[in-house]
Design a protein around this ligand. Sequence first.
Ligand SMILES: [Zn+2]
Length: 478
Amino acid sequence: MAVIAGVTTVFGLVLTLSPGSDVEAQRISSQLDLDSGELRPALSALAVEAMAAEEQEQATPLFTVEEQQRAARIAAAAPSRANIADQQLVTDNQQQKPPVEEVTAPPEPQLTEKTFEVKAGDTLSRLFSRAGLNDSAMYQVLRGEGLSDQLGRLRQGQQIDFVLNEEGQLQQLTLHQNRTKKLQANLGEEGFKTTEVSREPDIILAFAGGEIESSFALSARRAGLNNRLSSNLASIFGWQIDFGRDLRRGDRFSVLYEELHVDGEKVGYGRILSANFHNRGKNLTAILFTNSEGHSEYFAPDGTSLRKAFIRTPLEYSRISSRFDPQRRHPILNRVRPHQGTDFAAPTGTPVRAAGDGRVRHARRDGGYGRTIRIQHGNGVETVYAHLNGYASGIQEGGRVRQGQVIGYVGMSGMATGPHLHYEYRQHGQPRDPMRVALPDADPVPKEQMTAFQTQSQPLMAQLATRDESFQVAMAEE
Ligand SMILES: [Zn+2]
């Protein structure tokens, strides 16, 4: 309590002694006008007075920036007697040129900005004093509305801006938390209000091109792609090209991707929008298409999908511990019992992914299979995932899943000698070897979205081709 009382006293003193106390008095009077409903004419008249004064002798503005701007807004909007009165007032002063625009424009505020970088050990109080402000100014901000409590959370290297009026009073405080977020305290009629201002980074189309000399990873890095973009590129073409075995020296790639910029500086990477891969004389192109439901996927220029409807293995890293074998002797039952799927050995808890888009038909215990998920796909295909340790959250019978979505975790529930995934691929009820079955292509762009696809894809392909051409020219000249 003592502290607060002390602060109040200091604050009171500042108000009384400050050269800006006139401003305070004016503000109180306009608030009174507001209460009586007579704000418009009162403020407009004040604004005109202020402008007349400035024209004559560049006098100190009598009003806060906010009051002036508000007066100007009101004057501009009001078609009423206030405006007529304004015009007459000015015409009286300056007979020869009475343009209305000049009457309604507020005088230029005389504001100073002071910017500091937060150094180790800095406190808000220390930064205020560096800006020539005392603690009472700081408490005024901290006691204000909004997110003011967050202003005290300073981190080394952040930037803080103070905007002061001619009397050296704080009008605005900005703490730049990072490149895209800042906290801003603005002085309004009821004191300071702190809000978070965030900005979207600018998206700039960037191009990278490269030729493979020793490894794809190295060439991609040399071309300027970060790890995420180069692995994205590999997964886009991973259905057609085996990046472990198929690449040859002299293979080429070119990529059109998004770069995120703030104030002209790169702050991150976005998505790959289109890409080309030239592998052993075969040329592949991928274009990102976002359909009407907002789902994005890569397609070839003719609208066919670049991916298969199924991934070959539902585990990212695994080892095949038992193959599909219609004649197998069962390890526990010790009699011939066909092995209708492929077993992948993996540690308990390894994520299991849906092999394709589909609907969960079954997600519960199933005898010797233990915890099992069965997914129904199109064209009579069903995939089965057995011996799970558990189900991923959100997985329920009847629910939809997308290819690659985590649906459960490896375990050894049911009849199993160790943690592994038993995976089956069934077509019209018949088990097929998951490692050999010919996988169908994923669905192409639907007919009714073909026009939208072309609208999106054509400019991207044109850009990629143009940039690739100049890149090839530059390479040849080197
Ligand atoms: Zn098995």
